[in-house]
Design a protein around this ligand. Structure first.
Ligand code: IPE
Ligand code: IPE
Ligand code: MG
Length: 235
């Protein structure tokens, strides 16, 4: 049977800290390695024919971590984004971000905008990086956006359907077909709640920095073994 390629893959990239501590390294080393893995994976997954890869890089709740860890991550984002625009361009990958501005610093925000601007014309797949992102926050922000459209007479209440909600999320993207969370945790931790309603879910034990090409191939095999019914009856 022909291999089915999901249109939209979501990855909750977890286990950077444990990857590092299990090697006697500082947690920050795990984040650095995780960023390298992300670039390798994005290239591989989008070349396979997946149209959109959404990754959870930093949650709204991750600000609860130590200042040292949060600062490290923010600097990694600034340097990492600026330093990889040309790499994403040579792989024809368009990068977009999902998440709230506050309380990100202008330096982080500007690096995100530079990345979006610098890759906006690429056509070889979308990498959606969820940064300062929360699934509940996205639903709140979408609700406010839609209420504003009603107040401004751009749409009526009757126009609010599942489709209009989907179109007014941070980005107008199709639902997630395959959700992967690395590191053995079996929870969604506030990632793309609306988009994952019918996602197939795969929870490998591998820590994210070790989740390379062959690990994704295993996820794809798993996906292909599933029978997606969407509430219907098995044929
Ligand atoms: C995922 O790895 C990256 C972020 C959440 C920023 P973690 O940092 O959560 O790693 P563990 O779960 O502590 O091992
Ligand atoms: C989820 O990982 C968020 C990201 C991967 C960015 P966490 O490590 O923050 O999640 P919990 O705390 O284990 O649920
Ligand atoms: Mg974690």
């Amino acid at each position: 049977m022909e291999e089915k390629i999901p249109t939209h893959v979501g990855i909750i990239l977890d286990g950077n800290g444990r990857w590092a501590t299990s090697r006697g390294l500082k947690r920050s080393e795990g984040h650095k390695e995780g960023f390298e893995t992300l670039k390798i994976l994005a290239k591989y997954i989008l070349k396979k024919g997946v149209k959109i890869l959404s990754v959870f890089a930093f949650s709204t709740e991750n600000f609860k971590r130590s200042k040292e860890e949060v600062d490290y991550l923010m600097n990694l984002f600034i340097k990492g984004f600026k330093g990889s625009i040309s790499e994403f361009n040579s792989n024809n990958i368009k990068v977009v971000f999902s998440g709230r501005k506050e309380p990100l610093s202008d330096d982080v925000w500007n690096a995100m905008k530079e990345m979006e601007d610098g890759t906006k014309d690429n056509t070889g797949g979308i990498l959606n990086i969820c940064l300062n992102y929360g699934g509940r926050a996205e639903i709140v922000d979408t609700t406010k956006k839609l209420i504003n459209k009603v107040i401004n007479n751009e749409i009526s209440i009757e126009d609010i359907t599942e489709e209009t909600i989907e179109k007014n999320l941070y980005h107008d993207l199709p639902p997630i077909d395959l959700l992967i969370r690395t590191s053995g945790e079996v929870r969604v931790s506030n990632f793309m709640l609306y988009q994952m309603a019918y996602a197939e879910m795969y929870f490998p034990d591998t820590y994210f920095p070790d989740f390379k090409e062959s690990e994704f191939d295993k996820a794809l095999l798993y996906y292909n073994s599933r029978d997606r019914r969407f509430g219907g009856i098995k044929k």
